[in-house]
Ligand binder design. Sequence first.
Ligand SMILES: Cc1cc2nc3c(=O)[nH]c(=O)nc-3n(C[C@H](O)[C@H](O)[C@H](O)COP(=O)(O)OP(=O)(O)OC[C@H]3O[C@@H](n4cnc5c(N)ncnc54)[C@H](O)[C@@H]3O)c2cc1C
Length: 520
Amino acid sequence: MQRQQMVRRIKEQHAAQIPWDIAVVGGGATGMGVAVDAASRGLSVALVEAHDFGKGTSSRSTKLVHGGVRYLQQGNISLVMSALKERGLLRQNAPHLVHDLPFILPNYAWWEAPFYGIGLKLYDLLAGKYSFGASKLLSKRQALNLLPTLQHEGLRGGVIYHDGQFDDSRLLIHLAMTASEQGAAVLNYCPATGLLRDADGYISGVMARDEETGEDLTIPARVVVNATGVFTDSIRRMADAKAYPIMVASQGIHLVFDRLFLKGDTALIVPRTNDGRVLFVIPWHGHAVAGTTDTPVNAPSLEPRPLDDEIDFVLETAGRYLTPAPTRKDIQAVFVGLRPLVKGKGDTSALSRDHVVHVDKSRLLTITGGKWTSYRHMAEDCVDHAIALGRLPDNACVTKNLRIHGYLKYADTLDDLAVYGTDAKAIRELAQDTKLAARLHPDLPYIAAEVVWAARAEMARTVEDVLARHTRALFLNAAAATEMAEPVARLLAAELGHDEAWIAVQVKEFRALAEQYRVA
Ligand SMILES: Cc1cc2nc3c(=O)[nH]c(=O)nc-3n(C[C@H](O)[C@H](O)[C@H](O)COP(=O)(O)OP(=O)(O)OC[C@H]3O[C@@H](n4cnc5c(N)ncnc54)[C@H](O)[C@@H]3O)c2cc1C
């Protein structure tokens, strides 16, 4: 996957005056899913992303591939069933990235074991052949064996059930590589700046700007798909300045701690927080991640900030269930994401988590809502609509059985490089050079060879790309990531041909950003 090649292909297609079948705006889970689906059906696809792939919400999820126990509580059976099926398909097609994670729901009141025990049996039943394992009741001792840091005072026992876990930005990078292998042109650092129209006033393509050269790119297309998450309405207004808003953003934060707060390989679910939501504390890349919140947001931003109240809420809720209770000084990183929710009535936690496909009068096709787990199903639905809208060849969707780049069973034998799947071999080869085998920080497992790989094969362009999404250093330990900035900048500069001035700017910008991931 080479950025220059992507730019060249987009320019050549314009010069030849051949429209793409589909142009996608937005390189998160939704847009990249559409690119993979369409390209694997044999359609020609170009995708533009304003920043790095996954810079938006798709790198900031709770990292669960799940049916959604909470939606079961809300009685949304069809949404849960469909997500459970997608959970199974995702593990089948990306076994190197999706794995089973056991959760304990602790019981402190007498009624919790029968109530949640029955609910989770229903969850098992709905999963059917896509089950990740049966739920069962645990004694107090069994629960504490699996979750030694669980608050034992008043504990009666627990219910254990299974869901999936993944690394969101790594899956996105592998989806981009899959899309590229299927023939799509996917380009990062290339915001859509406007929409093209045909003689009848219908949308017929995208104008975009290559941020690295400042050049304008013209991307004629039979169908334009708007997959910009919380920024959906800004693209819709390019098509129709008076378009009514359909998007509501809701913010969720996660706090990251040392694993000493969550010993063992089992996650904790708090089934009912004070605001009526669920809260998870999950083991992830050698750390403990606690979240999340649901706070309405007026204006979407790419780097949303946590509110003090949200931090207090997560600390207080996790602290009621864990011993020792984590405090502010234990927070190694805080990351925040914005849920793209489709407008309805009521508070944001009551808004639909279903996805929406919307066609404007101008024939702009918008897809939004849903969740990471359902990206494949959403993409299938969107491309079906695009085929009808653009009278494109009606080829059947093949993604149910399409292996995602890096596909490898039993990847956990690759230890720290497991998330790379089959690419781990190439990274190990790079690490034959002892300079590239060195760890970039004693507190995190990342080695220099991963930076070189990210630049050569994954279109990483900046220090932030490498530390936030190609590795997860910024999301795991913001102080350590800050210390890694300069060595990473030097490795990238050598790969991408940049000078000392570029290194200085990159380090300065990254350090400023990393401050936002720390809690004073
Ligand atoms: C706190 C939180 C926790 C979550 N946890 C889970 C979970 O555990 N499991 C799960 O399944 N789901 C989860 N979700 C939901 C899931 O993360 C989202 O549904 C999904 O990531 C949305 O992807 P997207 O592609 O629609 O949006 P995004 O990832 O935001 O992608 C939109 C992209 O469009 C780009 N863009 C914007 N404007 C332009 C432009 N003009 N030109 C080009 N590109 C542009 C942006 O830069 C961005 O990268 C969670 C969400 C939140 C907020």
